[in-house]
Design a protein around this ligand. Structure first.
Ligand SMILES: O=C(O)CCC(=O)C(=O)O
Ligand SMILES: [Mn+2]
Length: 383
């Protein structure tokens, strides 16, 4: 398969896995010509225009969270994937830095949970940003040890996902960040899902050699609500498959600022991230060069301008990293968690998993993340 295009992989045993390996391979580098690039509208026979509801979010509301007016968003669907919506960077120029800093400085703070908590004490992980600033400001080269920020692989928000039991529960919940809730409810409303409640978030921190294994997000109790994803920093190849592992996936680029909504028939599809790629020139400008240019913030804006010293740290980190935020509604209206006998509940201390830290093993049926911080890969494995 060295030279052949990924599209030549036929559906059948392990088709998803073959395509995953194809794009993950370093040597020889794969042929990316089959990868859908929504930012360039290519290939045009696979991309369809998605219909949004511009009346669901006013221009003022959109600007408050750093977004362009909904009528200007470039939103697409993909042939054969009903319910899948891709929005090509709808952020206003200069507003991505606010969200990036939230992901790096604010959301990793307590009471949110991260991979480092699995083997460090709360006092050691209390100030990940503060402990990393000096190290990240030092010119690169072989610095040892790596900063906590560079060892961060995942953060959970709201209902904290338990990587071992693959469940959310009422007894492990903290307040979901209001700003991210606001961004999520506006984007989903524009996509035709009014009343979305952001209840759980998983932030993934990818280095240039990270990947995320093949999985389905099915732990949420209400699958009629969409799953929302925001990407920042370096680019990635995202694979979207079918309802079976045997279905060959479609590969697409995700660049900084891009959003995805998986809803309807696409809500429970297999997906994965086999590769992180340097952001193309034009896209780098959208998140790195235009920092702190949100000088015209309205009084009611959710955004705050990012001080230059913070941005220095963020941009250094992002030179070789990608951030992804997925936001989920866990419960439907009036729904509650099933009663589980306390004897069957695992304590947080026993929670070990994560999908960022390990070798991708796609043969078992489950998704997990390990407690280790240093290996390159995230792991998800579902049935
Ligand atoms: O990083 C991505 O784009 C995908 C993340 C994802 O699938 C997840 O967190 O469940
Ligand atoms: Mn997922």
């Amino acid at each position: 398969m060295a030279k052949m295009a990924a599209s030549m992989v036929e559906s059948g045993e392990d088709a998803f896995r073959k395509v995953f390996k194809f794009y993950k391979r370093r040597n020889p580098p794969p042929d990316f010509s089959d990868v859908v690039d929504f930012s360039r509208g290519l290939p045009s026979d696979k991309i369809v225009k998605a219909k949004l509801d511009p009346t669901a979010v006013s221009d003022v509301e959109a600007a408050r969270i750093g977004l362009q007016p909904v009528r200007d968003w470039r939103a697409f669907g993909l042939q054969g994937y009903p319910g899948f919506i891709f929005i090509s960077n709808p952020f206003l120029p200069g507003s991505q830095p606010f969200w990036i800093r939230q992901c790096l400085k604010t959301y990793p703070q307590k009471p949110n949970v991260c991979n480092l908590d699995m083997h460090m004490s709360p006092s050691e992980t209390q100030d990940i940003w503060g402990q990393s600033v000096r190290g990240l400001s030092t010119p690169s080269g072989k610095r040892e040890p790596r900063t906590l920020l560079e060892r961060l692989r995942w953060v959970t928000l709201g209902y904290h996902y338990n990587w071992d039991t693959k469940t959310y529960s009422s007894n492990h919940h903290t307040a979901f960040p209001a700003d991210l809730h606001s961004l999520s409810s506006k984007v989903t409303a524009a996509c035709g899902f009014p009343g979305f409640t952001a209840e759980a978030g998983i932030l993934n921190y990818y280095r240039s050699d990270s990947s995320l294994g093949i999985h389905v997000d099915e732990s949420e109790l209400d699958h009629s609500r969409p799953l929302l994803s925001f990407s920042f920093g370096q680019s990635a190849i995202f694979l979207l498959g079918g309802t079976h592992r045997q279905d060959a996936p479609t590969a697409m680029f995700m660049h900084s600022g891009d959003m995805m909504v998986m809803s309807g028939q696409s809500r429970l599809l297999y997906h994965a991230v086999p590769r992180i790629l340097p952001a193309p020139e034009g896209h780098t400008a959208s998140f790195l060069d235009l920092c702190c240019s949100v000088s015209h913030l309205q009084d009611s804006s959710v955004l705050e301008s990012v001080p230059e010293e913070d941005w220095k740290v963020c941009s250094r980190y992002l030179q070789s990293s990608r951030l992804n935020v997925t936001v989920r509604q866990v419960l439907g209206p009036g729904q509650s968690f099933p009663e589980i006998p306390t004897a069957h509940l695992k304590t947080d201390a026993g929670q070990t998993a994560g999908y960022h830290d390990e070798h991708v093993e796609q043969d078992s049926g489950k998704r997990k993340r390990s407690s280790s911080c240093d290996s390159a890969e995230l792991q998800t494995n579902h049935l």
